[in-house]
Design a protein around this ligand. Structure first.
Ligand code: NAP
Length: 265
């Protein structure tokens, strides 16, 4: 992309609808040029037209099915080669509410391919490129079920726990190299996610957040330097305590002998 924006270009996956479409709107208003990735070319083109007309920024639709290896490779190549890209929003994802006894294992595999494999490959394409350019931001969309793992389908929750864990590790590897990594944990948000996941009523529940509020809070968290942003969690001390205890426990695992409670002679 031939971007002349001082902010550079943000590449957003899953930008044709829901949370990704709001990221596109908000980042455009912040002055980023955009590359929008999703499968539905018509919706991408319509979003691109709207954003250009509203904000005057440059928008490139990049239709791709991130479950398809060739399409995914195409997006990876753009991240590696386009030196004007300064931000990756890894947002595309699907969920499910089905239990293990109801869920189709092929659908579970496809979910892993999108929520984990595609996110990982795009991160691996962007991170070295951002390090070489001396700056860049990666925003990975996880979920509150990364922690509240029993709430939805187990593979979905585990895929989002992966995103949270990967984020911690990336922060360790990249913080000194000028690359920011923010992990965002939305709770229930009013998008078509719930139609795909199999529980449409969640969209209109009183405890469901609007995607505009979710993204505005997530970007406020980014501005504030948060590494993990949980817009729905009012008691942020609960997260701080959990993180502190996790890090303290991490120092206690390495012992040559099993714990006395196992009575190993
Ligand atoms: P959404 O409204 O269903 O949007 C999903 C986006 O991903 C769409 O733009 C869709 O576009 C795209 N997408 C789906 N499969 C794709 C594929 N194979 N290749 C490329 N793009 C694909 O859902 P959302 O709520 O905005 O979800 C965004 C992220 O937030 C997901 O990672 C989700 O897990 C996470 N999240 C959502 C909630 C919630 O309650 N909504 C809560 C926690 C976390 P196309 O159909 O055009 O491809």
């Amino acid at each position: 992309m031939n971007s002349s924006s001082p902010k550079g270009v943000a590449l957003i996956t899953g930008a044709s609808a829901g949370i990704g479409a709001i990221y596109a709107d908000r980042l455009a208003r912040r002055g980023y040029d955009l590359i929008l990735v999703a499968r539905n070319e018509q919706r991408l083109n319509a979003a691109a037209g709207r954003l250009r007309a509203d904000t005057g920024i440059q928008v490139t639709p990049l239709p791709a099915d991130l479950n398809n290896h060739a399409d995914l490779a195409k997006v990876e190549a753009v991240l590696r080669d386009d030196a004007t890209i300064t931000m990756l929003v890894n947002n595309a994802g699907v969920g499910s509410v089905a239990s293990i006894l109801q869920a189709d294992v092929d659908k579970m595999e496809a979910m892993i391919d999108l929520n984990i494999t595609a996110l990982t490959r795009l991160t691996y394409a962007a991170a070295p490129a951002f390090v070489a350019r001396g700056k860049g931001t990666i925003i990975n969309i996880s979920s509150a079920v990364a922690i509240a793992v029993e709430n939805l389908n187990g593979v979905y929750s585990a895929s989002k726990s992966y995103v949270l864990s990967l984020g911690h590790s990336l922060q360790k590897d990249l913080a000194e190299k000028g690359v920011r990594v923010q992990t965002v944990l939305p709770a229930a948000t009013a998008t078509d996610f719930w139609d795909v996941a199999g529980y449409a009523p969640q969209k209109t529940s009183q405890i469901t957040m609007q995607p505009q509020d979710l993204v505005d809070a997530a970007l406020a968290g980014l501005d504030a330097g948060e590494l993990v942003t949980i817009p729905g969690l009012h008691d942020i001390e609960a997260w701080t305590r959990w993180e502190q205890e996790r890090r303290e426990m991490a120092a206690k695992f390495r012992n040559a002998k099993p714990a006395p409670r196992y009575h190993v002679a």
